[in-house]
Design a protein around this ligand. Sequence first.
Ligand code: NAG
Length: 309
Amino acid sequence: MRQENQSSTLDFILLGVTSQQKQEEFFFILFLFVYPITLIGNLLIILAIHSDVSLHNPMYFLLANLSFVDIFFSSVTIPKTLVNYLLHSKAISFGGCLTQMYFMIALGNTDSYILAAMAYDRAVAISHPLHYTTIMSLRSCVLLVFGSWVVGSANALPHTLLAAKLSFCGNQKVANFYCDIVPLLKLSCSDIQFNVKMMYLGVGVFSVPLLCITISYVWVFSTVLQFPSTKGVRKAFSTCGSHLTVVSLYYGTVMGMYFRPLTSYSLKDAVITVMYIAVTPTLNPFIYSLRNQDMKVALGKLFSRRISS
Ligand SMILES: *[C@@H]1O[C@H](CO)[C@@H](O)[C@H](O)[C@H]1NC(C)=O
């Protein structure tokens, strides 16, 4: 009991992305630029989609939902990092630490399930164009989104509850710029075997969408290869290419971080987390709108309406 009290009153120290002062400044400036871009870019996507009736279909609703999650995903860690840097503080309360961990896992999972829903949507559109509107009805779209949130939130709960019971014996220095599950487990002086097993299980749940995405793309490619004209092939690849880019970036970095033994983790690896916390959510709006003609038109309309009113 005393141990638990101790860990809830004492602040944790976030060591940051690197131990070098110069590099730390670089990441501060990176976050400072990237965060507003993430917020504005994703907000514009949501506004453009909702204000343009021709984009009111499952593909764009899913994209708007992805942007919605990305806004919260980057807000869990980056503002705290920026404020701490400005205040020359590295402290975070244990409650704050667990909150960051919960939302990072929950939103990260929700994000990946929405990416899977988007892949499924494209697969149905390309392989079953005639049945697309019945299979991807508004109802199934809402179910997919709702399901993503439920699975994401549920997957985060056991890790957070288990972490709340850990003792730290005065080791409060988290080797990252936010409270990530791996450095937190490494700090603990409790028996973490069960936590680690649950973490690998969690990574398994997180990987289900990757499997769905892979199956969807195998389905898409096998359909596309039967198309008689190269024009159809090009069109199919252009709608899927942007999605594939985001997915590979996202899973590539997350897998690099969590699909390996806990002992191999060190502060150096905090840089990998910058990739999926700061870079991927920022790139999403650009990847989708710059390669998509309908999105460009919708964004243009959004701006011209704002200017004329
Ligand atoms: C998420 O998708 C649903 C439809 O499935 C849509 O009604 C809702 O507006 C979307 N959310 C956002 C933030 O765009």
